[in-house]
Design a protein around this ligand. Structure first.
Ligand SMILES: Nc1ncnc2c1ncn2[C@@H]1O[C@H](COP(=O)(O)OP(=O)(O)OP(=O)(O)O)[C@@H](O)[C@H]1O
Length: 589
C-alpha cells in the first residue's frame, strides 16, 4: 500500500491539475498553511508549558504564558480556516473531475468495435470500471485529508523527536499495526467486491427485467414473478455469503492489529512517564510531549483511515484505467479513408465472420454485389446469418476473412464515422428512446428547426394520424416508464424506427424485419415507400414474410452463414429449393 500511495496521489494530483489548476494551487496552499500552523502550535505549546508548570502565583504564570497561548490560539484558528478553504477547493474540483471521468468511460464504451460487446468478461470489467467513477467522488476528499494528516503527523512527529528522539519510533510502532490492519481489511473488501461483480451484474440485469413496466404484462401473465424473485434473492444471498464469509477474516485482522498497537501504545506512554519521573526530561517537555503524542496519534489514525481509503480507491482506479486501456485497444483502427456519397456499389467478397467465443462462423464465405437503385432481400432460417450480414454491409463488424468494399474501398481502411453518415438501419430490436417524438425521428442527425422533413418521414410510415392524436404532437414525450410521458403501441414504435431511418435519406438503407409488428396497411405502406425511394440508394430488406420479397430486384437465401440460393422472386418460386419450400410452408394453413 505504502509503495502505491505516492503513485496514486501523483495520479490524482495530475487529474486535478488538468481539471482546475487554480483550485489545486489553493489546495496545496492550504496544506502548507496546515503544516506550518501545526508546527507553530506545538512550538508555542512547548513555550507556554514553561511558565504554566513553573513556580509562582497562578495569575503570574498565566500572564507569562499569555503570548505563547495567543500564538497557540492563532495557529489553531489558522488550521481551521485552511481546512475550510481546502474543503471549498476540493468541492470545486470533484464534480468536474467526476463528470470528466464518467464521460470518458461512457465514450470509451460507445466507441469500441461492436465485436467487443461479445468478448467474455467485457461487461464485468465495465462494471468494475464504473466503481472507479463512483470512487472519484470521494477520492480528492480522501487524498486531501490524507495529505493534511500526513503533514500534521510529520510536523508533530518532528517536534516530538526534537523533544526526545526516542518517542517517535515508539509512536510509529504504536500506530503502524493499525495501519497494516486497515490496508489488509481494504484488500479483503476489494476481493469481495471483485468476487461479487458477475453476480451483481446479473442481479442488476434481472432487477431491470423483473421491474420494468415494459415486461410487466409478460412477467404477470406468464407467472414469472416467483421465478424472478427466487433468482434475485438467490443471487443476492450468494453475494451476502461471500461478504459474510470474509467477516471473520476482517475481525481477526482488526483484533490482532488493535492488540499489537495497544501494546505498543502502552509501551510509549510508559516510556514517557519513565523519562519524566526519572528526570531525564523536564516536566514542561513531558507535557508538550503528551500534546504532541495526542496530535500525532490523531493524525496517524487519520492517515491510516484515509490512506486505506485512497488505497481502496487506487484499486478501483486501476480497474478503471485497465478497462479504459482495453477499450482504447478495442477502438476501431481502420485507416482514415473518407467515404463520400453517392455510394454506387457495395461488394462483399468471400466474407467470413465469427463472433468471439463461437465455434462456427455466423457468415461463412459470402460474396455479393449491391448496386445503387437495387433492392436486395435476404431470407433464411433463424440464425442463418442474415443480421450478421447486415452488420458486415454497414461496417459495424469487419469480416475476419474476405472484405467489404464501398465504391471499391475496403471498409477496413475507412473511417467508420464517414460510412455511418451514409447508412440508415432499422434493426430487429430497435430502441424506443425516452425522448420526444421529434427527437426519436431526428436522433443521430444535426439539430433542425424545420419540421417539414420530420413530417415527411412521419407520413412515409403512415404515422401522421397517431402523432396528431398525441397530446403535444411531435413534442410529445415518449418516456412513460421514466417521466410519465405517453406510450405508443408496438407497431407505432416500429413505424417510428422506420421513419428514423428514412429521415436520414441514407445511401444504404437496411431494414431488418421492419414490419413484424405492423398491421397490413402499415406494412403495405412501408414497402410501397421503399420501392418509391429505391432509385437513389441501395436497399436491403431482411424478412421472413416471403411475399414481401416480391419488391426485391435480387433475393438471397441464407443457410448456416452461406448463400445457398439466389435470384428473382419468380425464379426462386419455381426453383424447387429452400425458398419455394419456405414459401409453401408460409401458405400451408
Ligand atoms: N452478438 C452476438 N454475439 C454472439 N453470437 C451472435 C451474436 N449475434 C448473432 N450471433 C450468432 O450468430 C449466428 C447468426 O445470427 P444472426 O442474428 O445473424 O441470424 P439471423 O439469420 O439474423 O437470425 P434471425 O432470423 O433469428 O434474426 C447465430 O448462431 C447467433 O447465435
Amino acid at each position: 500500500m505504502c509503495a502505491q500511495i505516492p503513485r496514486v496521489l501523483g495520479r490524482i494530483g495530475r487529474l486535478c491539475r488538468r481539471t482546475d489548476p487554480r483550485a489545486v494551487r489553493l489546495l496545496v496552499g492550504c496544506q502548507v498553511v496546515t503544516g506550518v500552523s501545526a508546527a507553530v502550535l506545538l512550538a508555542a505549546t512547548a513555550r507556554a508549558m514553561g511558565p504554566l508548570l513553573g513556580g509562582g502565583a497562578v495569575a503570574d504564570r498565566l500572564r507569562g504564558a499569555l503570548p505563547a497561548l495567543l500564538v497557540v490560539a492563532l495557529a489553531a484558528a489558522l488550521t481551521r480556516v485552511s481546512g475550510a478553504v481546502a474543503v471549498y477547493a476540493e468541492r470545486r474540483i470533484t464534480p468536474v473531475l467526476t463528470t470528466a471521468t464518467d464521460t470518458t468511460l461512457v465514450e470509451a464504451v460507445c466507441r469500441v468495435e461492436a465485436s467487443a460487446y461479445a468478448v467474455d468478461g467485457f461487461s464485468d470489467r465495465q462494471e468494475a470500471a464504473e466503481m472507479g467513477v463512483v470512487r472519484t467522488q470521494v477520492m480528492i476528499g480522501d487524498a486531501q485529508r490524507l495529505l493534511s494528516a500526513l503533514i500534521r503527523m510529520v510536523t508533530a512527529g518532528g517536534v516530538l523527536s526534537v523533544l526526545d528522539p526516542l518517542m517517535l519510533p515508539l509512536l510509529l510502532l504504536a500506530v503502524l499495526p493499525a495501519g497494516a490492519g486497515a490496508v489488509l481489511t481494504a484488500r479483503v473488501d476489494y476481493e469481495i467486491h471483485y468476487a461479487n461483480i458477475a453476480d451483481r451484474n446479473i442481479r442488476s440485469m434481472m432487477r431491470w427485467w423483473a421491474t420494468t413496466p415494459r415486461c410487466g404484462d409478460e412477467v404477470r401473465a406468464n407467472s414469472m414473478t416467483d421465478y424472478l424473485v427466487f433468482w434475485y434473492r438467490t443471487l443476492s444471498q450468494r453475494c451476502d455469503r461471500r461478504t459474510l464469509a470474509a467477516a471473520p477474516r476482517t475481525l481477526r485482522i482488526s483484533l490482532f492489529s488493535a492488540l499489537v498497537s495497544g501494546v505498543f501504545l502502552v509501551v510509549a506512554w510508559g516510556a514517557l512517564a519513565w523519562l519524566a519521573a526519572s528526570g531525564r526530561i523536564e516536566l514542561a517537555v513531558a507535557a508538550t510531549a503528551v500534546v504532541a503524542v495526542q496530535t500525532t496519534l490523531a493524525a496517524l489514525s487519520q492517515v491510516v483511515v484515509n490512506g486505506a481509503a485512497v488505497f481502496h480507491t487506487s484499486l478501483y482506479l486501476g480497474d478503471m484505467q485497465a478497462f479504459l486501456d482495453d477499450a482504447a485497444a478495442r477502438a476501431p483502427r481502420r485507416g482514415g479513408h473518407v467515404l463520400t456519397a453517392p455510394v454506387e456499389e457495395i461488394r462483399v467478397e468471400e466474407a467470413v465472420y465469427r463472433y468471439p467465443g463461437k465455434e462456427r462462423p455466423a457468415v461463412d464465405g459470402v460474396s455479393l454485389t449491391l448496386r445503387r437503385g437495387e433492392i436486395l432481400a435476404v431470407v433464411g432460417a433463424n440464425g442463418s446469418g442474415k443480421s450478421t450480414l447486415t452488420r458486415l454491409l454497414t461496417g459495424i463488424h469487419l469480416p475476419d476473412k474476405g472484405r467489404v468494399t464501398w465504391n471499391g474501398t475496403d471498409l477496413a481502411g475507412t473511417d467508420p464515422a464517414t460510412v455511418w453518415t451514409n447508412t440508415g438501419l432499422v434493426p430487429q430490436i430497435f430502441a424506443q428512446w425516452p425522448l420526444r417524438v421529434r427527437e426519436n425521428i431526428t436522433l443521430g442527425q444535426p439539430r433542425t428547426h424545420d419540421d417539414g422533413p420530420v413530417w415527411e418521414a412521419v407520413d412515409a410510415v403512415g404515422l401522421r394520424e397517431a402523432v396528431d392524436d398525441l397530446p403535444a404532437g411531435l413534442d410529445t414525450l415518449l418516456a412513460r416508464d421514466t417521466f410519465g410521458g405517453t406510450e405508443l403501441s408496438g407497431g407505432q414504435w416500429q413505424r417510428v424506427a422506420c421513419s428514423r431511418a428514412l429521415y436520414r435519406r441514407p445511401a444504404l438503407l437496411i431494414l431488418d424485419e421492419p414490419t413484424s409488428q405492423m398491421d397490413p396497411r402499415g406494412e403495405h405502406r412501408i414497402f410501397e415507400r421503399i420501392k418509391a425511394i429505391a432509385a437513389d440508394r441501395i436497399t436491403v430488406v431482411v424478412t421472413h414474410r416471403l411475399e414481401n420479397t416480391r419488391i426485391a430486384d435480387h433475393i438471397v437465401v441464407m443457410e448456416h452463414g452461406r448463400i445457398t440460393e439466389q435470384g428473382r422472386y419468380d425464379d426462386l418460386v419455381h426453383a424447387g429449393g429452400t425458398f419455394a419450400e419456405l414459401l409453401a410452408l408460409s401458405q400451408d394453413r
